[in-house]
Write a protein that binds this ligand. Sequence first.
Ligand code: M6R
Length: 596
Amino acid sequence: MCGIVGYIGPDEAAPILLDGLSKLEYRGYDSAGLAIYNDGRINIEKAVGKLANLSEKTGGGSQVKGSLGIGHTRWATHGKPNEVNAHPHSTENFSIVHNGIIENEAMLRRTYLNDVNFVSDTDTEVVVRLLEKFTSEGEAIDVAIMHLIDIIDGSYALAIIDRRNPEYMYAVKNKSPLLIGKGEGFNMIGSDAMAMIAHTDTFYEIHDQEFAIVTRNSVDIFTSYSKKVDREPYKAELDLSDISKGTYPHYMLKEIEEQPLVLRRIIGEYQNDAGELTVPEEILADVRACDKIYIIACGTSYHAGIIGKHFFENISGKPADSYIASEFVYNTPLLTERPLFIFISQSGETADSRAVLVKIKEMGHKAITLTNVKGSTLSREADHTMLLYAGPEIAVASTKAYTAQVAVLAILAVAVKNKIGIDLKYELALIANTIESLCSDRELYKRLAEEYIAPSRNCFYIGRGVDYYVCLEAALKLKEVSYVQTEGFAAGELKHGTISLIEEGTPVVAIITQYNTHLNTRGNIKEVTARGAKVIRISTKGASSRRDQIVIGDVHELLTPLVSVVPAQYLAYYTAFLRGCDIDKPRNLAKSVTVE
Ligand code: M6R
């Protein structure tokens, strides 16, 4: 995970790097650091904890002079989050920042660095020590970088500066995201476009096993065989307002309330000139040709995948299943004869999902990626991409990306075969309006969170069918931001074990939107109520009963996950708020999980 920014140009680097890092804090926030070149020296500043600590320590960067520098926010993998392990890591001449994991670090230490006394516990220190060693043995820096690419196994995005060559900055990439920002008289390196968008909207991609030599006025990209790459820069469709909180206290709340806008944007992006929702024919041909769809994802995206399975089977009549990527890669099920893979990933960088993509590509299978990030690794490496158009999602807890994923899956399922004759464009527009009216009930959600969930140690979500699938996502949302231990259960399973967890006052949230099961779920509510549970009921109008606290306007029954998840997102948000949690950056988590 971790975030990287680099700057070379005429201005003071440190404030620019701190500002860039503030856009990357979602990638990790255990510690942060800067390396700034000035007058023959590289000055290092580090601080444990959030970026604000580093900013305070350096007077917002004003106390570290110099116009060449690199910066880092860390999500610890090797070694505790302390100042010694914080990046940058340095030797006599080099400072580097790293995102990723060096898998063969033990072998590298043994083979090349036996006599070195390491100061940190990080795998990154191995890289900077190797660079120092190779250059001190006479290799030119570009040769030393190619040497590194040759011997390092694992994932790395690296930004490097060299005390002896302050007119250059170096970037190296393998399996971890890295872009070059192209400016006028300056250039930047960053983990994503958001870190640089205040300065430029023009970017170069660097692909795996490539490196770049960056000066104020030039960007040269090379393969690991030193062949110069001829690549055009591209313009990012981002603007600063997309990544600011505006008047919202938290990104999570802003992103929950952007969901109607996101759905309308998706309708606009996926409709053709005749106003019909469409998907490129080459994608449809691949889906139609398969005998089963394998959906691969992690976390929230996996939960969207389960809804996708429901869509493909019920709307298109195509067998489908959703799999947790980290399980699938090492415990691959027996595949059908003509499988087709769909990867769902907000970031497009999730290492667990990518491991599956690499594996199934080696097996010769086709893949589609649904992602929010154009040009991301999963997008580049799949045969096709369907974008989510959710806009940047900054809060670690995914909200609008989930609804975007579900909506795009519905569009794909309907385009493959609309067995049930659903008017999806109309339905999605209706859903956008319905979510808008849900957003006007903030006080209700806050009151329910306060009365039922915030004081409790644990909580349960129950539902059947798609409601159960939404319960899984609702439970993840609540536990990750509020630290209230929450599980989502199939309501019918309660009596087979789980009901023993219900005590006097245990909060249970029931989701009831399906006509064929609403009476059964209500029966389960009676069972938990009889054992002391305090129940919040979220229902759609047609399946509602008089005492339900949250009643959602009716939408197509297959698409209720798009609306029933919204009150659950609010309950998670307000519970975290009332418990004083760091809502946008929950402990131990990072937004983009680029390690397996
Ligand atoms: O970027 P991805 O969608 O691949 O990320 C997968 C999960 O890490 C992610 O969905 C995670 O579960 C959410 N941030 C939780 O809200």
